[in-house]
Design a protein around this ligand. Structure first.
Ligand code: NAP
Length: 305
């Protein structure tokens, strides 16, 4: 089984990312089943895609050569892996697309290896839009032969797929990505708050700057929405806050730090504590506006009152 291509996938975790990944795997004939903590989401996808409902978890996981996990955070993933290890076939592969710490990828890989199961850490970038289009960037860590076995799976959900090296190096790459994402958000939100303060036509600012040297994806895709106070799209800031803690712990493990990461954690924590945790990361402009106006951030509850 070691050299065979993987083609019998169970997706575990049917959140904003896992659901479209499951749909794309189904379209490519690679999905045999789904599993989610909240049962209703499992049944909805089974019905939508016409999937077989297995008698129980033992039957579901025994039929799989691959389990693709995409769940919230480190402890959730660890608990799931502990629960399914006895049900997985030796020779099968777990591919984790969640964003977790490189250290978590290492410990899960060791636990699985003790039962003859391979592991690839395969965090993704591209957001819910990328997951729906099947155009995610996927950064993979783990054994190259296992990576090769999984190529059809990665092609079904992503368009830029890169083997980064050994286990954990996918997650380390994702941590680097999240430092960049946080830095771009800091730059764009600070600059557009300043444009508002200068009483500029900010819509025009976004248009003209997008075409110049400061142009970037975040400005083009979130610039016009953030100036209209629309924050219900994209990537929840609570998730970026979780990822920034991973960046921090990765830096800690090398006895170093980055002010960008520390400052971004402080900013997003403040927004989260004020009740904005489910908003897109571009809601950072709320805080930048307050800073420029020497005002306190008001909580969402106060705004509603
Ligand atoms: P989400 O919509 O909040 O979904 C989270 C999923 O994890 C749900 O299926 C949830 O089950 C499951 N889960 C959470 N805790 C669990 C536990 N203890 N046991 C079992 N299942 C559990 O999150 P998402 O946006 O899909 O993100 C999933 C992962 O992808 C995260 O690590 C995130 O950082 C990463 N990611 C997200 C994006 C994005 O734009 N959203 C982009 C790149 C990477 P229930 O349905 O039962 O709650």
């Amino acid at each position: 089984m070691t050299g065979d291509k993987l083609h019998q996938v169970v997706v575990y975790g049917l959140g904003a990312m896992g659901r479209p990944m499951a749909r794309n795997l189904h379209q490519h004939g690679l999905l045999i089943g789904v599993k989610n903590r909240t049962q209703g989401k499992t049944q909805a996808i089974q019905k939508e895609l016409g999937l077989t409902a297995f008698a129980d978890d033992a039957a579901l996981f025994a039929a799989a050569d691959t389990v693709l996990t995409c769940v919230s955070a480190d402890d959730d993933l660890k608990a799931i892996i502990t629960g399914i290890i006895p049900l997985l076939k030796p020779g099968s592969v777990v591919i984790d697309c969640s964003t977790v710490a490189p250290q978590t990828a290492h410990s899960i890989s060791d636990d699985l290896a003790a039962h003859g199961i391979a592991f690839l850490d395969a965090p993704v970038s591209g957001g819910v839009e990328g997951a729906k289009k099947g155009s995610l960037s996927i950064m993979v860590g783990g054994n190259r032969d296992q990576y090769k076995r999984a190529e059809d799976i990665f092609s079904a959900i992503g368009s830029q797929i890169t083997h980064m090296g050994k286990v954990g190096q996918g997650q380390a790459t994702k941590a680097v990505n999240q430092v960049m994402v946080a830095g771009v958000a800091q730059a764009v939100c600070s600059a557009l708050a300043m444009a508002e303060q200068c009483k500029l036509d900010v819509k025009k600012v976004v248009e003209v700057l997008s075409a110049g040297a400061a142009g970037n994806w975040f400005l083009e895709n979130r610039g016009q929405t953030m100036i209209k106070d629309e924050f219900n799209i994209g990537f929840k800031l609570d998730l970026l806050l979780k990822d920034l803690h991973i960046c921090q712990s990765t830096l800690d493990s090398m006895n170093t730090s980055l002010p960008l990461v520390q400052n971004s954690i402080a900013d997003y924590r403040q927004l989260s504590e004020a009740g904005y945790g489910d908003e897109d990361i571009s809601a950072l402009i709320r805080l930048k506006r307050c800073m420029l106006n020497h005002k306190e951030l008001t909580s969402e509850k106060n705004n509603d009152a």
